[in-house]
Design a protein around this ligand. Sequence first.
Ligand SMILES: NC(=O)c1ccc[n+]([C@@H]2O[C@H](COP(=O)([O-])OP(=O)(O)OC[C@H]3O[C@@H](n4cnc5c(N)ncnc54)[C@H](OP(=O)(O)O)[C@@H]3O)[C@@H](O)[C@H]2O)c1
Length: 281
Amino acid sequence: MKWGQWGARFTTSQFADSIAACIDNDITSFDHADIYGDYTTEEEFGAALNKQPSIRKKIQLITKCGIKMPVAGRPSNKIKSYDTSSQYIIQCVERSLTNLYTDYIDVFLIHRPDPLMNPEEIAEAFARLKQQGKVLHFGVSNFNPSQTELINKYYPVEINQIEISLLHLDPFHNGQLDQCIHDNILPMAWSPFGGGSLLTDFSSEKNMRIQAAVNLLSLKYKSSFENILLAFLRKHPSGIIPVLGTSKAERLISAIQSKELQLETEEWFMLWEASTGKQIP
Ligand SMILES: NC(=O)c1ccc[n+]([C@@H]2O[C@H](COP(=O)([O-])OP(=O)(O)OC[C@H]3O[C@@H](n4cnc5c(N)ncnc54)[C@H](OP(=O)(O)O)[C@@H]3O)[C@@H](O)[C@H]2O)c1
């Protein structure tokens, strides 16, 4: 999301270099959506893949559809809206395949719950795309438990990509993570650093409380600040996979060390308390 026009505005060779640096360090899953960069980032990433087609089999591509944005490249979108019709999903997958220079997508997600979604239509599109070998795995993003259950009744949901961080604890108690365990759904956490706010914004009381608590643990574990934030997510039994937004390959590579970090239970609750500003009940 932040490698293209919505962030670092990488050139094709910067895309290629960053992808190569990731692969060299066993970071192999790349998160896309059709809308990123106002519908430009998939194609820019795909241009880098096209220069070196042999890397396709070493990586996994995640992408999403469902949000229609009124931007210059999409004059037919008059206002922002959602579309999760079977026809639209199939059209989006075809476009993503072309943009990404690939003949299959590893993981395809419905980007946001659509108030008009028809689960049978979504399931029909998923089944057809799976049968054609165009998509290997399906899931949702930003879905609450009842919305996920609705889709899951018609087609197995394998992933729910949701916002989780010390600035956004809702999934720990709104049923989203319980459901992931219950239904064997992999949770992916977007904005694990609060979109960067936890690393760069020292103005709000909440951020300052969290930063002070994270700093204590960072000293204890001789670990980076970022890796304490990731260790907080990783301790949850649902197996949360963080989706990092940095455009700096060295930051991605250093985040791998968070896998080795095991916070004590009381330390996890200390971070929770720093976030909420109060003791748990
Ligand atoms: N499914 C959805 O609805 C949804 C919504 C939002 C995002 N996403 C996905 O989740 C990904 C992550 O979201 P995000 O970008 O908001 O998350 P994030 O990882 O919490 O924040 C990344 C931002 O923090 C900045 N940053 C500053 N210092 C950093 C440091 N030391 N280490 C790492 N980052 C630092 C990065 O800038 P630098 O580039 O300068 O490092 C970048 O702008 C997106 O790229 C996208 O793929 C999905």
